[in-house]
Each structure stands twice: as C-alpha cells, then as structure tokens.
Write a protein that binds this ligand. Structure first.
Ligand code: CTP
Length: 403
C-alpha cells in the first residue's frame, strides 16, 4: 500500500496506441497500491486491448464508447469526472491531445476530461515526427498553460522501427509523477526535507573502494514518502542500484567527505534532515593515484576517521538518525541519540533476516529525545518511512525544534 494513493479515485484514460500495454501495468500497480482506478477506453484503444483486461485488474467497470448509451455506466461517466482526484491519460495519442486542447467532448474520455476539475496528467505516445509537429507542440503548450502535467515522451525505439522521441514513459515513472501530483497538498507541503541514503564509498585507488552493505532502500523510501506528502526533497545519495525518485532533487556523492559537504549545503533553509546513509566511519588515510599492484603477503591499510555529519548538522532543524546495530539495539541507539543531540533515532537490528540491508521490509524502534520508545511491527520500508515522517511532521507542527 502507498499512503498517498489509498482510496484515491483515479480516472485512467487509455487511447489508441500500441503503448496501451503499459497502461495495463499502470492500472495494476495503482490498484495494488490502494487506488480506485476507473478506466475509460477510447474506441481506438479498445481495438488494441479489451475492457475485460482492465476490469479484471481494477475490479471496477470500464467505460467505453462501445457500450449502450442508455446504460447506467454511460450516465455515470460524468459523475466519474467530478469524483476523481486525478485524471491520467496514458497513453495519450496526438489526436486525443488535440481534442483535449480544443475542449471537444465527442467521446466518453474527452467528455470526462471536460467535466473534470481534477489535476490532469498526460503521457504522450506517438511517432517522433508527430511529436515534433508544431500543431502537437502548440496543443501540449495549451494544456500545460492550463495546468496539465505532461510526462514524457521518452526517447527510444518507436513502433515504426525508427528511433526518436515518442515512447510513452514507463509505468513506474508515471506512478512517481502520480504520487507527486496527488501529494502536493500533504502535511509536509512548504517544508524542505534533506535525506541521505546509501553506503559511502571510500576510495583507496582508482579501482578500489571501502564500502558497506547498505542498499539505499530505506533512505530512498524516506525521500519518496516525504515527496508524497508535499515536501521539497533533496536526496544526497551514495552510489546505489535504485532508480531516481520522481520529483526529488538528487545530489550524487561517493565518499563521506563529499556527503558531508553536500548534506550541510542542502541543510540551508531545510526543516528536517533524515540521515539514513551508512556513512563510513573511517576512510583510507592515503589515496593511491595509480592502481596498487599485487605485492607482499600482507597489505596493511591505514584508516583515518571521517567527520560525523549528523553531529555537524545545524541544530535549528529536526535531525533524525539511524542506528544499525547487531546487539543491544535500543541501548546503543539511545546512547547515539544523546551523543549526537538528535530529535529522533530509528534503531534496527541488522542481523534479523527481515530487516536491515537489502530487504524491502524493516522492523524498527523510534526513540525520541524525551525518552519515548515506539516499537513498530514488521513493515515495508515505505511504511516505516511514513511512520518516521509522522513523527517529524508532529514535531514541525509543534514548532520544534526550539533551541
Ligand atoms: N552518521 C553520520 N556521520 C558519520 C557516521 C554516521 O552522520 N560519520 C550518521 C548515520 O547516517 C546514522 C547515524 O549517524 O544516521 C548513526 O550511525 P552509526 O554509524 O550507527 O553511528 P556511529 O556514531 O558511527 O556509531 P558506531 O560506533 O556504531 O559506528
């Protein structure tokens, strides 16, 4: 479940493009995340894909132009428009974009679009030549001027066999835009949240680094959850295999020293700092400019201490730390909370198979500086992120930190 999508009514307009198959995936992901998805198929789309496909995934009736105009559904499609929290048209053909720009209402989808006052998200899909045409560009500019969000198209291989700009963006990316748009009025709107993620890499020579097992998943989940609640998010990330979250300002770093500079710079004007990164406590004392060759039986590497980023962060923002422990979890986390003067400390036992490095779930305890200790059950990392942000939002609402 994704909080910002739970019980949201999303009208998904699908138009006649081969990219219809991506709309199927999108409908499935939205439904699984907790949204109520009402699909409206144009007549051309119904040539590519059947209403049954969508109905099976969304468990809701699908509106098409093929249905009996006297049926209950036919009347309901205007009600759909007024109840919708968001209207997504994906894929959107050049023809549909022109209809929307002109405000035509000659089929079910364009009638819904005209009747709706919900935010509109359009994901174009067409041949590159059509996309570049001034007529299409004018139509998109008109929609944008009215506040529509245009997502894509992406570059790549097109159905025509040519390579160019015209591919509908991937469902995962569209999902990020949908969450971003729906979350704009969330409880962190107007707030700036800095998040760090991933395991820093401390260079030894041009090909070798010292690092740790952090996957970055927890930090990325916090960044996404904060974005979903309307915050302006800066994500300072060490290298990870994860895709960049939509609507989040990315700052890519490698070593702890770079992370310190970027985090401290991002903290200017911020309301909260969530340090989910696994920062290396030590780095090699010297960097070899050339690759070190095999030599003697033993190679002793001297290490030097890295600065503590959290301890250096300004005190006039909410500061949240993470403690990855292998024993005496709460005790060690409590000591760190005090030592670093934090508002909140999120502790977890990284030896447990369902929490810690690389997993999609986490079981944590949230400690606060007043001695509070909130034990959470096993949750997805996104749900853990939301629970942490609930606490951050609560502190911010109380006007804290007051130092
Ligand atoms: N942290 C930091 N800068 C460092 C090391 C850690 O800002 N140089 C942050 C981490 O991002 C995390 C918190 O401090 O939010 C706790 O990190 P941890 O490494 O567990 O704490 P340490 O104080 O380094 O303790 P330990 O001796 O267990 O390594």
């Amino acid at each position: 479940m994704v909080r910002v999508l739970q019980n949201k009514r999303i009208v998904l307009g699908v138009t006649g493009s081969i990219a219809c198959y991506k709309a199927v995936e999108l409908a499935s992901q939205l439904t699984q995340a907790g949204a109520m998805v009402d699909v409206v198929l144009t007549a051309a789309a119904a040539q590519f894909i059947t209403p049954l496909t969508f109905r099976s995934l969304t468990h809701r009736p699908v509106v098409t132009d093929l249905m009996d105009p006297d049926s209950e559904q036919a009347v309901e499609h205007v009600a759909l428009a007024t109840k919708a929290d968001l209207l997504v048209i994906a894929p959107a053909t050049a023809h549909t974009i022109a209809r929307l720009a002109l405000g035509l209402a000659d089929d079910a989808l364009s009638a819904v679009a005209l009747a709706s006052r919900a935010p509109l998200l359009v994901a174009p899909a067409m041949d590159a030549g059509m996309f570049e045409h001034p007529a299409l560009q004018d139509n998109l500019a008109r929609l944008q001027a009215r506040g529509a969000h245009i997502v894509g198209p992406a570059e790549g291989r097109l159905a025509s066999g040519l390579v160019g700009k015209g591919r509908m963006v991937e469902p995962q990316e569209l999902l990020g835009h949908i969450r971003w748009v729906l979350g704009k009025q969330g409880d962190l709107a107007g707030r700036k949240v800095v998040v760090s993620a991933g395991g820093t890499q401390e260079p030894l020579d041009p090909v070798r680094v010292l690092t740790n097992r952090s996957s970055g998943k927890m930090g990325y989940a916090v960044a996404e959850a904060a974005r979903d609640r309307g915050a302006q998010v800066v994500l300072v990330t060490a290298p990870t295999a994860l895709p960049s979250p939509v609507g989040v300002q990315m700052v890519r770093v490698q070593a702890a020293l770079e992370m310190r500079d970027s985090v401290l710079a991002a903290c200017r004007g911020a309301d909260a700092l969530v340090m989910a990164a696994a920062v290396a406590d030590y780095r090699p004392a010297s960097f070899y400019p050339q690759k070190v060759k095999k030599g003697p039986q033993q190679w002793v590497v001297e290490l030097t201490k890295n600065p503590d980023i959290l301890a250096e962060a300004p005190r006039d923002l909410i500061r949240v730390g993470f403690a990855a422990e292998t024993e005496k979890v709460v005790e060690h986390a409590q000591e760190k909370l005090v030592a670093k003067g934090l508002d909140l400390m999120v502790a977890n036992d990284v030896t447990s198979p369902d929490s810690g490095f690389g997993t999609d779930t986490n079981r944590v305890v949230i400690l606060d500086k007043d001695g509070g200790c909130q034990e959470l059950p096993l949750l997805s990392k996104l749900e853990v992120a939301d629970r942490i942000l609930d606490r951050v939002a609560e502190l911010l609402a109380r006007g804290l930190p007051r130092r």
